[in-house]
Design a binder for this molecule. Structure first.
Ligand SMILES: [Fe+2]
Ligand SMILES: [Fe+2]
Length: 270
């Protein structure tokens, strides 16, 4: 179920929490940035599109949205993308060249409705300028986060996400230990390539984010975190390369989880 709350003046969160059996809850957030040209950052999970649209309508008339910033094309970010494009002819989608390319394999984006951006480039959207930021961790090379110059908020896409036991409306309401552990674990799952990074290069990349000095970090998979928490978020990310690698449950674990029935088809598999 998608619910909404306000993260900062003029910024609403549309959120749901997906259970990952045995590991906790992963929040899935999209954001509405109100202004002279309202922006929707990502469009919710595919499986909850109806709920998402209802929640969206409770915070803004979708006809008023001017921009969708699509951070990347994973199923938890593109849920209502095409519905919104069909419903609102003035909407344009800000994303990367690779984002348009991967969408063309499933549900092509009309080229006159896209606005291509690369990290470091900016786009003026009425009363604010949005600058594309490559987050230091991601699960998809398409990923472009953004910094809103008006609020100083960093929208970090999957980066800084966390598996949590419960999902409050503020990261500061999660204990330091749970936040750290949840974030490190998420990092090993979502960005497993971090185990291979050059530590010094990665540290420099984290410094790049530190230098942005965000007033708030709005991750797709973490409750809103105030700027005063940025250092903690960066510390957790810095720990990911040397954390234990994630290994998912195997068939034996699945059978234990759901009972012996799950294994009945195994004999037929060569
Ligand atoms: Fe993702
Ligand atoms: Fe995601």
């Amino acid at each position: 179920m998608i619910t909404t709350y306000r993260a900062a003046p003029g910024i609403d969160v549309l959120t749901t929490a997906f259970p990952v059996p045995g590991f906790g809850l992963i929040p899935v957030n999209a954001f509405v940035v109100h202004g002279s040209e309202p922006i929707l950052v990502d469009t919710g999970p595919v499986v909850e599109s109806n709920d998402f649209m209802a929640a969206l309508r409770s915070v803004i008339d979708p006809a008023d949205i001017r921009w969708i910033w699509l951070t990347h094309t994973d199923f938890d970010h593109i849920g209502s993308l095409h519905r919104l494009l069909e419903e609102n002819e003035q909407l344009r989608v800000i994303t990367s060249f690779l984002g348009v390319g991967i969408m063309s394999l499933a549900a092509p984006l009309p080229m006159d409705r896209v606005y291509l951006i690369n990290p470091g480039q900016s786009v003026d959207v009425g009363d604010r300028t949005l600058t594309a930021v490559k987050p230091p961790a991601f699960d998809n090379p398409i990923t472009v986060g953004l910094r809103d110059d008006r609020s100083g908020i960093l929208f970090s896409s999957d980066c800084f996400g966390a598996l949590l036991d419960e999902v409050p409306e503020s990261a500061e309401d999660v204990s330091e230990e749970a936040l750290h552990q949840g974030q490190v674990f998420w990092g090993t799952v979502d960005s497993s390539w971090l185990h291979k990074v050059d530590r010094a290069v990665f540290a420099a990349d984290l410094e790049r984010i530190r230098a942005l000095n965000p007033t708030m970090v709005l991750s797709s998979h973490l409750p809103p975190a105030r700027g005063s928490s940025t250092e903690r978020l960066l510390d957790a990310l810095a720990a990911v390369p040397d954390a234990p690698a994630f290994v998912g449950p195997d068939q034996a674990a699945l059978e234990q989880l759901v009972g012996a029935d799950a294994g009945t088809g195994a004999a037929a598999v060569p």
